[in-house]
Design a protein around this ligand. Structure first.
Ligand code: NIG
Ligand code: FE
Length: 412
């Protein structure tokens, strides 16, 4: 048993399920002069004020030097295993070309597929681990990683194996999502590829226990709602949980489809309609996962976060880390943009990046807040208040990151 002492303030959302609407702000608790007791398995035994719970000695006592503690971020939407880079597309967008125009010119997802296709899982993991290590050093302790740059059974499995491997190499807790339905591979008929997804890729993913979730890029120019439903129904029947890329490039009623399918999240939602917001607000499962770095990088308006929160949705914020539309693994930047670009309060943004992110990957009962019984996943910041985090844009004030009770990045 060990104790982390001398925490100037411990700030955390409270709960074992997603926070909705006003609770995203209301259920954030601050304890000053705090400490945290952690057992040998990395579970929080107690967290609270030194005065109330810190009055005895422990085998190991760690001085947090007056730093401020926040829960580790749960980055619930990333494509963080890939090969190559697409900075030329980034420059083309700066010159005014749209994400879709660049894809039509042979860029986009298919160009990353060309980089991945001839790489082994080991090569992909070796290349990608630096992004995951960066994320850990920036305060993310749990990360969802999608496949989706292979688009064949063999290559999708290689990506999912690479995702597992980067977790082992870095100490990041990685949750895996099969996104074979990210794009149709060049030269293949869309309907035949959907059949291949269901009858070839899915059984391979299940047989190898390679993923926990299935995601589909359900959007204009990618997969239709009917195709998304067919793939997700088959994946659910085979034992996978569902997530959905929805209403990013156009409003196709993807959010409502996500709710209908029992999806853990509907992600992007840049073009969501009022009916979509209503559907999400009425769901007791589907989290609205917003990806403000992507909106910034594809030069789109941000998702209507305020309207969603005021309607009672559970909103999460994630990076969408990928080589095309969001080349960033920095959850602190996503939080800054959530506040600056989407008008969320620092408390709402914190709930969105931690507990609601955990709910979006079915981990809200064990992850996403600093509470008795949860994983001891947190970071210690040299900042005076929560609002200083989004305010100090693009710079990390983290001194140390703790995963399962052990320091995995930085020093104290
Ligand atoms: O989430 N929207 C779909 N997929 C990614 C982009 C992937 C890419 O361009 O490589 C996203 O933004
Ligand atoms: Fe994505």
């Amino acid at each position: 048993m060990k104790i982390y002492r001398n925490i100037s303030a411990l700030i955390t959302p409270i709960g074992k399920s997603a926070l909705r609407g006003t609770a995203m702000r209301r259920n954030v608790m601050t304890v000053r002069n705090a400490c945290m007791i952690v057992d040998d398995r990395g579970t929080i035994i107690d967290a609270g004020s030194e005065k109330e719970i810190g009055g005895r000695t422990f085998e190991e006592e760690i001085d947090c030097k007056g730093l401020l503690a926040l829960p580790g971020f749960v980055d619930s939407h990333t494509h963080a295993v890939f090969m190559g880079e697409r900075s030329s597309e980034f420059c083309m967008r700066a010159e005014g070309k749209s994400y879709q125009e660049i894809a039509a010119m042979g860029g986009g997802i298919r160009s990353s597929v060309e980089h991945v296709r001839n790489s082994s899982a080991t090569e992909i993991a070796d290349y990608s681990q630096k992004f995951v290590r960066n994320a850990l050093s920036l305060g993310t302790t749990t990360m969802e990683i999608k496949s989706g740059y292979g688009l064949s059974a063999e290559s999708e499995i290689a990506l999912l194996e690479a995702a597992k491997r980067v977790g082992e190499l870095t100490g990041m807790e990685v949750l895996r999502t099969w996104l074979g339905a990210h794009a149709v591979p060049a030269g293949k008929k869309q309907s035949l590829y959907v059949q291949e997804l269901v009858s070839e890729q899915l059984p391979e993913v299940i047989g190898r226990h390679a993923a926990e979730f299935c995601d589909v890029f359900c959007d204009e120019g990618y997969f239709t709602n009917d195709e998304a439903e067919e793939i997700c129904v088959a994946a659910r029947a085979a034992g996978l949980k569902i997530k959905l890329h929805a209403d990013e490039l156009a409003d196709t009623s993807g959010a409502a489809l996500a709710v209908k399918l029992g999806s853990y999240s509907a992600d992007h939602l840049l073009k969501i309609s009022d009916a979509g917001i209503l559907a999400l607000a009425g769901s007791d499962r589907t989290v609205a996962t917003l990806l403000p770095i992507t909106a910034l990088c594809i030069r789109s308006a941000y998702a209507p976060a305020r309207k969603m929160i005021e309607s009672g949705c559970a909103v999460a914020v994630a990076t969408d880390c990928n080589p095309g539309s969001s080349m960033s693994e920095n959850m602190q930047l996503a939080i800054s943009l959530a506040v600056i670009g989407m008008g969320m309060s620092p408390e709402e943004a914190l709930s969105a990046a931690t507990l609601n992110g955990a709910a979006a990957v079915d981990r809200a009962s064990t992850h996403g807040s600093i509470e008795k019984g949860k994983r001891a996943d947190f970071a210690l910041y040299d900042i005076p208040s929560l609002s200083y985090l989004p305010y100090h844009i693009g710079v990390s004030d983290i001194a140390a990151v703790v995963k399962n009770g052990r320091i995995v990045s930085g020093i104290l």
